[in-house]
Design a protein. Sequence first.
Length: 88
Amino acid sequence: MMALNYAILKMFTKIEEGSVDTVIESLKDHYGTFKAFNKKEIINALMTAEANGLLEESRFELDASNELKVYYRAHEEGAATINKYIKG
């Protein structure tokens, strides 16, 4: 099993876009027991990936409880970099 942050990045090379909720839903079966598998830490991982140029924000929306939901996507160069260094 790969590290959680690697799994998050790799997931974005296989989907068009996603939010923190997408990550949680997609990875909960394998990573649900990890200490860092919580909304705050996953948001931090997504923001770090965006700051490092691997992901980019694709859109924003307010959910039913008026919480801002940020969607990310792996652009072509970011996906190529992720796939170069993270196999699987």
